[in-house]
Design a protein around this ligand. Structure first.
Ligand code: SAH
Length: 538
């Protein structure tokens, strides 16, 4: 179900790990006209927003969440907004007939002021829905290996605010009751007043030796857990410099962490890995690495600049429409996306390939008898990612070599007769000439068109700084090697181990006077990750 117009959705974005966003939240973010978001939302939470969606930052502190990180960027504003104004703007947007998402960290109704916003909307006669989120009290604890309830240790759990509204005249917290509470106490916003609150609990009768923990940046990159006792936690937190956001957990369940801590035991925990792919392609690799526990620094060395408005692309698309190509070779997921975009601009879709003349198999009679049945042009792809991108457009590749380099495609194409046929190779501007040369040699008439150019992306100072302590730098193409080494110059983190996706990339690494520590056996992203894991395990 998509987002309804004139409705405000109060949506929980979860505690920070993008993987903990609910399916419903992603669906609504993808559909909304307008999104009002807080500071504590997961990185990339808005990447799926519509290209024309209005993204409005309404956090209480100046915005430090990068917005417009989708492949095309978004319109957005980034100043801090008081609650009253947020309420007004929600009402205004809904009344203007927009579908509105109000995105908040964790759960909107758990210390999220979602209740207040709902009441304001109700008073204004604006319809709203609530989409719960994974709340930090449960999630940060779980990621710290602390079960908030346990059959032996805690039959109840209380979510408590450690920092009350300073404008409230008298405290609503009943320390006696909390001291007597037969279960786990979870304090939100509890770091600043930790010392006072712990003292109040102990004074009211809670055991000073009860295990207690602070979980900093729960479920986010760099999560940290500090364990002590109720009496000593404030000191420990101060000593370790625990900062916001952090959660305080008090109760015997904290002791279970010893057996249940899992986060720190993941294969790449504590390893900082640099991903150098173009932003639009980096997410899959980055997510996989994060899933293995790595701290990922995205340092895109290149950016994709579409070139589909060129005369050569237009001409090629016309030829597709006229059914002139017997063979179409695609070499990257970007190429697939852009070719279809160019085709769409010309009023064409996948059916156009059906008009192309069929290729005969080598040694096959002219009638085509005995050959496999194909509808129109033969489609060849390098790499499973390219094939997947084709599938998304309703086309399954006829030829998909096992190795993911141009040479392998040349080999795979040996089983079709290309002499006298017109072939389209649609790819990046700066690709190698192995494939077109081989096909021309076999008598094909080859059109090579550049769908995009990869241009250098100048990394931000912050990103470069973050790479300095990297354990690994991953390279997935020779162009990223060249561009990144040139962009970084003597700030390239030479102490990091370099993981290369395959021989051509490795060659570029060596050309840059760097050493390849690990080369993937399978030349795709999974192969790269496997190689990195093997190396880290050693
Ligand atoms: N609605 C949110 C809570 C907002 S109050 C939710 O349901 O999670 C903000 C407080 O939540 C912070 O001060 C901190 O105590 C806690 N918090 C939020 N995200 C956190 C995280 N990732 N790790 C630890 N604590 C977090």
């Amino acid at each position: 179900m998509s987002a309804r117009e004139g409705v405000v959705y109060l949506v929980g974005a979860g505690p920070g790990d993008p993987g903990l966003m609910t399916a419903r939240s992603l669906e609504l973010i993808a559909a909304a006209d307008t999104i009002f978001y807080d500071r504590l939302i997961p990185p990339g939470a808005l990447d799926g927003a519509r290209r024309d969606a209005e993204l409005v930052y309404v956090g209480k502190a100046p915005g430090d969440v990068p917005v417009g990180r989708g492949p095309y960027g978004h319109r957005s504003t980034g100043t801090s907004v008081p609650q009253g104004e947020t309420n007004e703007r929600l009402v205004e947007a809904a009344r203007a007939g927009k579908s509105v998402v109000r995105l908040k960290g964790g759960d909107p109704f758990v210390f999220g002021r979602g209740g207040e916003e709902g009441e304001v909307l109700r008073d204004a006669g604006v319809e709203f829905e609530v989409v719960p989120g994974v709340t930090a009290g449960v999630a940060a604890s779980a990621y710290a290996g602390i079960p908030v309830t346990h059959r032996d240790d805690a039959s109840a759990v209380a979510f408590v605010t450690g920092h009350e509204d300073p404008e409230k005249a008298e405290t609503a917290l009943d320390w006696e009751a909390l001291a007597r509470f037969p279960g786990t106490l979870v304090f939100y916003m509890g770091v600043k007043r930790l010392r006072d609150n712990a003292a109040a609990l102990i004074a009211a009768g809670r055991d000073a030796d009860e295990p207690a923990a602070a979980v900093e940046r729960g479920t986010m990159e760099g999560q940290r857990t500090v364990v002590a006792t109720l009496a000593t936690l404030a000191d420990a937190v101060e000593r370790e410099g625990v900062g916001a956001p952090a959660l305080i957990v008090v109760g015997p369940v904290v002791g279970r962490r010893e057996a249940l801590a899992w986060l720190e035991r993941r294969p790449l925990h504590g390893k900082r890995v640099v991903v150098t792919r173009a932003r639009a392609q980096a997410s899959g690799l980055a997510a996989t690495l994060r899933g293995l526990g790595a701290e990922v620094v995205e340092l895109p060395a290149i950016r994709i600049e579409p070139r589909i408005d060129s005369a050569e692309v237009r001409e090629a698309v016309e030829r597709i429409g006229a059914g002139e190509y017997s063979l179409v070779c695609l070499t990257s997921p970007n190429g697939v996306g852009l070719l279809f975009e160019a085709m769409r601009d010309a009023g064409l879709d996948a059916r156009a390939f059906g008009k192309g003349p069929e290729l005969r198999q080598v040694g096959e009679a002219d009638s085509g008898a005995g050959g496999e049945v194909r509808a129109g042009a033969t489609i060849a792809a390098i790499g499973p990612g390219t094939a997947r991108a084709l599938t998304e457009h309703g086309v399954s590749a006829d030829i998909l070599p096992e190795r993911f380099v141009a040479e392998a495609l040349v080999e795979a194409l040996e089983r079709v007769e290309v002499a006298g046929s017109r072939v389209l190779i649609a790819r990046a501007a700066e690709a190698r000439d192995v494939l077109p040369e081989a096909l021309r040699e076999r008598g094909a008439e080859v059109d090579v068109v550049a769908l995009y150019e990869t241009v250098r992306e100048q990394p931000t100072d912050a990103a470069v700084e973050a790479t300095q302590s990297a354990d690994y730098v991953t390279f997935t193409s020779s162009s990223t090697v060249r561009n990144l080494t040139e962009a970084l110059g003597d700030r390239f983190p030479t102490a990091a181990r370099i993981v290369s996706i395959g021989p051509i990339t490795s060659e570029a690494v060596r050309d840059a006077n760097l050493e390849v520590s690990v080369e993937a056996e399978r030349h795709d992203i999974d192969g790269l990750v496997e190689a990195l894991l093997d190396d880290a395990a050693r």
